[in-house]
Design a binder for this molecule. Structure first.
Ligand code: NAP
Length: 267
């Protein structure tokens, strides 16, 4: 794959995008369709995905299958795999993007919210990766993008469970990258910082104590993720300020960032 805008280098390939009803998922769908890929779009809300499918059909003649399902349930990997097979589609590119955060002091939140989040961010992502990577290994080719987060690089009070779920995604993805690279499958973890999507509203965070300059738009972030996947990288952090933050965590005392983040986010 090369990332050359309108070059149809993915003609005839099928990509599955989870979380395709909003935010990054919509951007991934547009970018992949522009390169000729057909799409399986997955999230709970069918309507925005059907609208997206119609738009992509008009713009690029993209074939789309819309699958509305809640991925925060055990067994979704086998279930979604069966639905995709029933459509006689083999997935060449898996974009494991669906996810959400829960903002607030952990002990003051309903436990169900945290468990539901882990089921989606960790368990569903793991199940889907397992079942589709196994197919890709059999064919000796495939690409998997896991959407992690800058929050996966360090403990993050007020997002304790979320940051821990994304630490899993980063560690899991970088390990799989190594395991699968000689079997024809590329695994890349995209680790965005704060980006303009519905993420903050869904998480329950009302304001962001960061200068606007640190907020990225979702389209370029998605593009950076696909470029890194094309380049066969294990992981990528979009944007210089986010890269500096990820790097600073390696050199500063481990307790400093959580202390500072709690002070800022608690306000
Ligand atoms: N935006 C940021 O600042 C940021 C930063 C770092 C990482 N991320 C990560 O980026 C990914 C995408 O989030 P986003 O920023 O694009 O937020 P978003 O606009 O809220 O999109 C989240 C997507 O996930 C889907 N989803 C949520 N719960 C689901 C469930 N139970 N089953 C199936 N699909 C579900 C949503 O669709 P439905 O509601 O229709 O189900 C939606 O399409 C997430 O993994 C997030 O953790 C975001």
């Amino acid at each position: 794959m090369t990332m050359k805008g309108s070059v149809a280098d993915l003609q005839g390939k099928w990509a599955l995008v989870t979380g395709a009803s909003s935010g990054f998922g919509i951007d991934f769908a547009h970018l992949l369709a522009a390169r000729g890929a057909n799409l399986v779009l997955v999230a709970r809300r069918a309507e925005p995905m059907q609208a997206l499918a119609a738009k992509l059909k008009r713009a690029h003649d993209t074939q789309c299958h819309v699958i509305a399902m809640d991925l925060a349930r055990p067994g979704v990997g086998a279930e979604l795999h069966a639905k995709v097979r029933a459509k006689r589609v083999a997935i060449d590119i898996l974009i494991n993007n669906a996810g959400f955060g829960v903002f607030g002091d952990f002990v003051d939140q309903p436990l169900d919210n945290a468990l539901n989040m882990l089921q989606l961010n960790v368990m569903a992502l793991t199940e889907l990766t397992h079942v589709f990577a196994a197919d890709m290994v059999k064919r000796g080719m495939g690409k998997i993008l896991l959407v992690g987060s800058l929050g996966g690089f360090q403990p993050l009070p007020m997002y304790a469970g979320y940051a821990a779920s994304k630490a899993y995604v980063l560690s899991f993805g970088e390990a799989l990258h190594e395991e699968l690279k000689d079997r024809g499958v590329v695994v890349t973890v995209l680790c965005p910082g704060v980006t303009a999507t519905n993420f903050l509203a869904v998480s329950g965070q009302k304001s962001m104590p960061l200068p606007d300059v640190l907020l990225m738009e979702s389209r370029p972030v998605a593009e950076i993720g696909l470029k890194a996947l094309d380049a066969g990288r294990a992981s990528v952090v979009p944007g210089l300020p986010n890269q500096a933050t990820a790097f600073s965590n390696r050199v500063l005392p481990r307790s400093l960032f959580p202390w500072l983040a709690y002070k800022l986010l608690k306000r």
